[in-house]
Design a protein around this ligand. Structure first.
Ligand code: IFM
Length: 446
């Protein structure tokens, strides 16, 4: 199949639905000599952390090629571009603005707006300034207040040229992967660390939200969370319980405090050793209204009862079919996720802010025939449509990613783009999936 096809009656086929593409600063920008070091620079410099021993020094050289990239984005016919602002590029070590970094984003945003492309800016997509990590990073409560100061300064500069601000991208990844199991920067480990980092990130979100609402009342201000729906490996009560615990620990931990002002009940099982330190009033700060919720979805996982003391679940290997990064392709879980979140919480308008597939692309005669990625998008866009039919207010969808880029601990080995990047020449080539996405978007009615 070379096409993405949605029912013509779907609200997604109307112009009000937002279609976009997404990237993040560290993954594409390069230009590191123009900013402060961040935790991912340090992590990349540590032996054995990145599969191909690469780093973000050049990445897609977007820092220099941004004008060409704006043309590229525009050529895809998308309504919106989701980017992230690099905190270490726009704020100096003394806490004041770095004018050069601010100008970079001003120009980029002006360039996008001039092409009628709405800008969705994420304020934290994992690139914590290293000097803050040196003071404890997200384990230090003070970092939440530093984040709020940064948000105040940058949102005053960029203002409502930014259609939508997300405070954080995927707090789960920063907290769990970065501070609990250590496969992402800064590489710290331990349940207590993971839970504490998560609490401080959520607190930072809650502190930043009123600042965004004050500085940019007409922008859509919210947060982006990732979800890996948890399924029981069997019908046994023990496996169902394990899947429920996994869901609370991995997914609900991040949404429930925002929507309900409480952590899921698994917190009572953590005891003093693992539960995060909180101050009175923190949950009320976190529980502030958001204008939108961004949901990132790639795959699901299966769980069964724990085999070790102190664990809540056993996580299974991904089932097949899998993408090139080893994640099961299972679009139905996206529908089920959206429907279940909609029944658990009173959701604001929802954007699927990331969804996409790593595929082992080959360029042949200038063409990347990434049929598996087209099928992935077809399945998942139809899954979003099914959720809308089931009553979920999904108003937008962003393909991850605009272009191949630095895939964190996998380095440049995994390609998620709908545009192919030749890292030797920095030439960008729209893949067949990019053309299929463009075709879908440009064939919409009014
Ligand atoms: O590349 C990442 C992105 O930075 C955050 N969400 C998941 C993507 C694929 O792993």
């Amino acid at each position: 199949m070379n096409k993405i096809t949605l029912p013509i009656t779907s609200p997604m086929m109307k112009r009000q639905f937002t279609f976009g593409v997404a990237t993040a600063s560290f993954q594409i920008e390069g230009g590191i000599e123009h900013r402060l070091p961040c935790i991912w620079d340090t992590f990349c410099d540590t032996d054995g952390k990145i599969a191909d021993s690469s780093n973000g020094k050049i990445a897609c050289d977007h820092f220099n090629k941004w004008q060409d990239d704006v043309e590229l984005i525009s050529s895809l016919g998308v309504d919106a571009y989701r980017l992230s602002i690099s905190w270490p590029r726009v704020i100096k070590q003394d806490g004041t603005l770095n004018e050069e970094g601010v100008s970079f984003y001003q120009n980029l945003i002006d360039g996008l707006n001039a092409k009628n492309i709405k800008v969705f800016a994420t304020l934290y997509h994992w690139d914590l300034p290293q000097h803050l990590e040196d003071q404890g990073g997200w384990l230090n409560r003070e970092t939440a207040y530093k984040f709020a100061q940064y948000v105040d300064l940058i949102s005053k500069e960029l203002g409502e040229k930014v259609h939508s601000y997300a405070t954080f991208n995927e707090p789960f990844c920063s907290a769990f992967l970065g501070y609990e199991i250590g496969v992402h920067a800064p590489g710290k480990t331990g349940k207590a660390n993971g839970r504490q980092a998560a609490h401080h990130i959520l607190l930072a979100h809650g502190l930043a939200m009123p600042i965004l609402q004050k500085n940019c009342p007409n922008s859509l201000n919210g947060i982006v969370l990732n979800f890996t729906p948890c399924y029981a490996a069997s019908d046994s009560d023990a496996d169902k319980q394990a899947a429920e615990y996994a869901d609370q620990y991995i997914n609900q931990w991040y949404i429930k405090p925002i929507m309900d002002g409480a952590y899921p009940s698994i917190i009572d099982k953590l005891g003093n050793d693992w539960a995060p330190d909180m101050q009175e009033g923190d949950l009320a700060i976190i529980n502030c209204p958001v204008d939108f919720l961004g949901i990132n979805y790639y795959t699901r996982l299966l769980y069964s009862a724990p085999t070790q003391d102190g664990e809540f679940y056993t996580e299974h290997d991904h089932l097949f079919p899998r993408t090139d990064i080893g994640w099961e392709i299972y679009p139905k879980a996206l529908t089920e996720l959206l429907v279940s979140l909609n029944s658990k919480y009173t959701l604001p308008p929802v954007y699927v802010t990331e969804n996409g597939a790593a595929i082992a692309d080959q360029m042949v005669d200038g063409i990347v025939q990434d049929t598996d990625r087209i099928n992935y998008y077809n399945g998942h866009l139809n899954a979003v449509n099914d959720a809308i039919t089931d009553g979920v207010n999904v108003v937008g969808y962003f393909a991850w990613s605009l272009m191949d880029n630095f895939e964190w601990a996998e380095g440049y080995l995994k390609r998620f783009g709908i545009v192919y990047v030749d890292y030797d020449t920095q030439v960008r080539t729209i893949k067949q999936s990019g053309l299929a996405y463009k075709d879908l978007i440009t064939s919409r009615g009014e």
